[in-house]
Every structure is written in structure tokens, then in C-alpha cells.
Design a binder for this molecule. Sequence first.
Ligand SMILES: *[C@@H]1O[C@H](CO)[C@@H](O)[C@H](O)[C@H]1NC(C)=O
Ligand SMILES: *[C@@H]1O[C@H](CO)[C@@H](O)[C@H](O)[C@H]1NC(C)=O
Ligand SMILES: *[C@@H]1O[C@H](CO)[C@@H](O)[C@H](O)[C@H]1NC(C)=O
Ligand SMILES: *[C@@H]1O[C@H](CO)[C@@H](O)[C@H](O)[C@H]1NC(C)=O
Ligand SMILES: *[C@@H]1O[C@H](CO)[C@@H](O)[C@H](O)[C@H]1NC(C)=O
Ligand SMILES: *[C@@H]1O[C@H](CO)[C@@H](O)[C@H](O)[C@H]1NC(C)=O
Length: 407
Amino acid sequence: MQQRQRLVLLIFSLFLVFQTSNGHNITRLLAKHPSLSTFNHYLTLTHLAPEINSRTTITVLALDNAAMSSLLSKSPSIYTMKNILSLHVLLDYFGAKKLHQITNGTALAATMFQATGVAPGASGFVNITDLKGGKVGFGAEDNGGSLDSLFVKSVEELPYNISVIQISKALPSAVAEAPTPGPSELNITGIMSAHGCKVFADTLLAHPEAMGTYEDNVNGGLTVFCPLDDAFKAFLPKFKNLTASGKESFLEFFGVPVYQSLSMLKSNNGLMNTLATDGASKFDFTVQNDGEDVTLKTKINTVKIIGTLLDEQPVAIYTIDKVLMPRELFKAAPTPAPAPAPVEAADAPKASKSKSKSKSSPDPASDSPADSPNPADQAADDNAGVSFKDGRSVAVGLSFLLVFLLL
Ligand SMILES: *[C@@H]1O[C@H](CO)[C@@H](O)[C@H](O)[C@H]1NC(C)=O
Ligand SMILES: *[C@@H]1O[C@H](CO)[C@@H](O)[C@H](O)[C@H]1NC(C)=O
Ligand SMILES: *[C@@H]1O[C@H](CO)[C@@H](O)[C@H](O)[C@H]1NC(C)=O
Ligand SMILES: *[C@@H]1O[C@H](CO)[C@@H](O)[C@H](O)[C@H]1NC(C)=O
Ligand SMILES: *[C@@H]1O[C@H](CO)[C@@H](O)[C@H](O)[C@H]1NC(C)=O
Ligand SMILES: *[C@@H]1O[C@H](CO)[C@@H](O)[C@H](O)[C@H]1NC(C)=O
């Protein structure tokens, strides 16, 4: 009797172990197809792979090695390649069946290129049209109506998370192929000024030492969390009260010396060093998911990431709703900061684990898929019969079989 219970427990834990390993991995999916290896390699180089892994209900239009060589023969920079390839990721699920049965024979699909905000106007959409003779044509919408990339075959389908289909050649798009400026030509204060962080950008420009620290990090990797104008304006009296070195550290506190995409932030929760971190002066904060949101917290207050102004490896700029206050410069008690009490409680246990995280390289391969949105269990049940490559469904079947044998 006891032995049986122990066995059931063992099987149950086995089931739990498999359950944690769901979610797709585009690198692994494509690795089974040597003819798509160059495409796969470039998804990694451009850091699109973790972005693809963090999304569901998407379609990747894959190119074989020959189509990739003709694309690469124009020697595009890696930033341009990222734009071109992100035009090949549709933000909707198109299995082979749905592609051949599009309502009214034609549809426009938004792409990851359009979602980055780099694509102006209607560019960044892909036109999918059912052509005569059962062919399916694809074209970038800014391409004068040409639909000469054709559906070749379905490569992988995990309904309705990700569909990978091969198309005959790269979607030509003047906008996506336009040379993208390298990071050193980026005007980060210009981008912030134009999108709601003007007060912070102006303050940074007025403090050349802090500004220099940001500029020094633009090429090697930089993530900026800029407080929106209303919040920063209201904070200025407190800022003006700081000493000169306090002001410099405070401004540098909103930059992190590594590139962090939003999906990396979601999966790399923990302590993060900043540009102001210097030996004993920690000037760090904790990144923590709060449902769909990502929050940053110190012992003084908690702020939320509101928007993305730029996410183009190696630089990311996000807006935050309030001014995050470093504990090195502000005291918890007299500030009117919202809800400091629960923050303190949650802060402590994270520390040791996250120390290494703050140093972690921006390598997308280290991203954990465990934090990706987890739809209802029902979806997993629906899929259980489809994917036997998925260890989970095998484990479920095995568990049931063994439980029956035991009873
Ligand atoms: C789709 O994604 C969800 C959540 O990551 C997962 O539970 C499910 O097993 C996936 N479905 C397939 C077919 O891979
Ligand atoms: C995806 O698969 C590749 C190749 O198997 C592996 O190196 C990488 O760590 C995986 N990524 C994730 C997020 O699991
Ligand atoms: C299909 O065409 C009909 C008639 O032109 C139109 O009313 C309908 O909105 C179209 N459906 C879609 C999904 O475009
Ligand atoms: C897609 O392109 C074709 C050919 O230019 C055009 O006839 C069709 O209306 C376009 N579809 C959509 C949804 O814009
Ligand atoms: C960056 O943008 C700001 C604000 O738009 C502008 O004042 C500044 O001249 C720009 N700097 C460069 C180097 O273009
Ligand atoms: C500035 O510092 C003075 C002296 O420490 C203090 O009385 C005052 O309240 C501070 N002002 C702000 C806005 O923090």
C-alpha cells in the first residue's frame, strides 16, 4: 500500500517535471531542417529567436539556404537583417490549411517588423493571396502589389502557438532593406524627447558627465528606463536638492549597461546593476513580473514599464510611469512614495540568486521560456494528441498507464 502511494507520488512528480518544459523554441524547431540552417543562424544573430519564443499565435516564413545567400549577397548590416527577417514573422497563426482557405482569397497580416515601430505607415504588413492553381503568394504591402514569394511547404505546426512555413524567396521591401543606422549614430535623447521623456532627456543633456556614461555604453549594450514627463517634472524639486555627485548617480541609475529586450526582462527577474553601480554604491534595483507587467523596485518605491521607445539590439529604451528612487539617495519614511511596505518584504529573498543575473550577458539562448504566457490548461489538452514530440503529452500518457496498472 505504502509502496503504491510512493510510486504514484513519483509518477506525479515526473509529470510535474515535464509540465514545466512547454513553450516552443524556434532554434530547436528549425534545427531539424538543415536546409533552413542559415535562416536559423540569423534568427539567433539578430536576437529575434527569443522574441519569437516569447510570442504565441505567430507564423514564421522561413527561407532556405539558397534564398538566404541571395539575401546576404547584398551585404546588409545585422540591423538591416533584423528588419528584413522580422518582416518574415507574422503576428497571426497560419497553418498550411488556413493559408489555402483565406476568406475572400486575400488577407493582410501584421508582422514583427511593424510591431517594432521602425516601419512607417502601412509598411510592415504582408499581403497573403490565394493564387490560381492552389498557389499561395506573399508580398510586403509596400512592394507595389507583387506577390512573387510562393508557399513551398509547411515545416512545423504547433497549433495555435507557432507555424513555420517555407516560402520560395525573401519578401522584398524597400523599407525593411533600408540601411539601418549603427548604434553609435543613435540619438537616444532625441528618441526620448520625441516620445514623452523630454524632461528626463533635457536633464541628462544638462549633466554631461552622466550623459557621457550613457554614450559610452551605446555600442556595447544599453537599456534605459526613462520616467515619463509628468512624473519627472513633479520630481525635479527633489532632484535639485541632491549634491552634484548625487545628481550624476541618480541620472545614471536609469541606465543598465546591457541590452535587455522586454522578453529578456520578463524571464530574467532579479537584481540589476545600473550605470551608477560602483563598488560599495550599489544603486541597483529589482526587476519583477507583475502579471503581464514588468516592474522595477527599490526599497523606496516600485515603478512599472509602460512603453517601448526602442528595442533594437544593442539598445533598448522603455518608459516608466514613475520616478524610481535609489535607496542610496532617498529615505523610505518621509517620501510620499506609494506602498513602500510590501516592497520591502518581497525584496529580500531575491538578492543572492539575482546577483549573477545582473552580470548575465544579453545572450538570447540563456532566456528561459518558463515565463512565457501560459494559456488555459484546456489548450494544452487540445494539443496533447497533436505533438508527441512534446515530452509532456508522453509523460501524461505514461502516468495514466502506470496508475491504471497499479490500481
Ligand atoms: C502552446 O503553448 C502553451 C503555453 O506555452 C503550451 O502549454 C502548449 O503545450 C503549446 N502547444 C503546442 C502544440 O506546443
Ligand atoms: C532553444 O534550443 C537551442 C538549441 O537546442 C538551445 O541552445 C537554447 O538554449 C534553447 N532556448 C531556450 C530558451 O530553451
Ligand atoms: C469578404 O468580401 C465581402 C464582400 O466583398 C465583404 O463584405 C467581407 O467583409 C469580406 N471579408 C473579409 C474577411 O475581408
Ligand atoms: C493583396 O495584393 C493583391 C495584388 O496586389 C490585391 O489585389 C489585394 O487586394 C491585396 N490584399 C489586401 C488584403 O490588401
Ligand atoms: C539629438 O536630439 C536632440 C533633441 O531632438 C537634439 O537637440 C540634438 O541636437 C540631437 N543630437 C544630435 C547629435 O543629432
Ligand atoms: C530639500 O532639502 C531641504 C533641506 O534638507 C529640505 O528641508 C526640503 O524639504 C528638501 N526639498 C525637497 C523637495 O525634498
